[in-house]
Ligand binder design. Structure first.
Ligand SMILES: N[C@@H](CCC(=O)N[C@@H](CS)C(=O)NCC(=O)O)C(=O)O
Length: 214
């Protein structure tokens, strides 16, 4: 197996690094930094014409879009019983449907709002942050956070199959954008407990160390 992960750890590449760490995969890490123009070179654009990271090359298969990459890695390397790895991927078609459902929900219903929050609390320079935009985004998150809270309550603290899977990992990546506003989860105890447990995982902590190392 030869897996290359493209993208600096402080980008959405962190999601893929977290998945690779969970699965115990060996990988080469090409730490391309968008701000240095490293994602707009002809060589990288040939891999991802969007010029964005993350992207992976897995034995010649090129995949981009962080959440799609994680679904692929979970299915390929985290199917139940594969090489003793944790079953982060689907065990059957029903689980696959639910993992896809939660991942598309993350991309379309959850992450747009949490991303607005991180932009207005961390990404923008302090003098350009807009508290009104942050509060609007937080208010709009009531619906997805409420739904997540119900689902986690019903699922015993997980989204699919009663165990930690790619569905939890992908959704938690979007929840990570709320880290500067921890009170955002206060009204959602199931989400708060799930987020605390998820981010305490050793693989998440290894990913954080990669982010800090730059
Ligand atoms: N939907 C994409 C978004 C990827 C994305 O926006 N990546 C940023 C870094 S977090 C990037 O490469 N930005 C550089 C650019 O847009 O030129 C995904 O989830 O992979």
């Amino acid at each position: 197996m030869a897996l290359t992960i493209y993208g600096a750890a402080r980008t959405r590449t962190s999601r893929v690094l977290w998945m690779a760490e969970e699965l115990g995969l060996g990988y080469r890490h090409e730490k391309l930094v968008p701000q240095k123009g490293e994602t707009r070179t002809p060589a990288f654009l040939a891999l991802n014409p969007m010029g964005r990271v993350p992207a992976i090359d897995d034995d010649g298969l090129i995949v981009w879009e962080s959440l799609a990459i994680n679904l692929y890695l979970a299915r390929k390397y985290g199917a139940a019983g594969s090489a003793g790895r944790p079953a982060l991927g689907p065990r059957d078609l029903g689980e696959e449907a639910l993992m896809t459902q939660w991942t598309l929900w993350t991309a379309t219903e959850f992450e747009p709002g949490t991303h607005d929050v991180v932009v207005q609390t961390i990404n923008l320079p302090e003098d350009q942050r807009d508290a009104a935009k942050r509060d609007l985004a937080l208010a709009a998150l009531a619906r997805p956070l409420g739904a997540l809270n119900v689902a986690l309550g019903l699922g015993g603290g997980h989204l699919v199959g009663g165990r930690f899977t790619v569905a939890d990992l992908n959704a938690a990546c979007a929840a990570f954008y709320l880290r500067a506003v921890p009170e955002a989860l206060a009204a959602y105890p199931e989400v708060a407990g799930w987020y605390a447990a998820t981010t305490a995982r050793p693989a998440f902590q290894r990913m954080l160390a990669l982010r800090q190392a730059g």
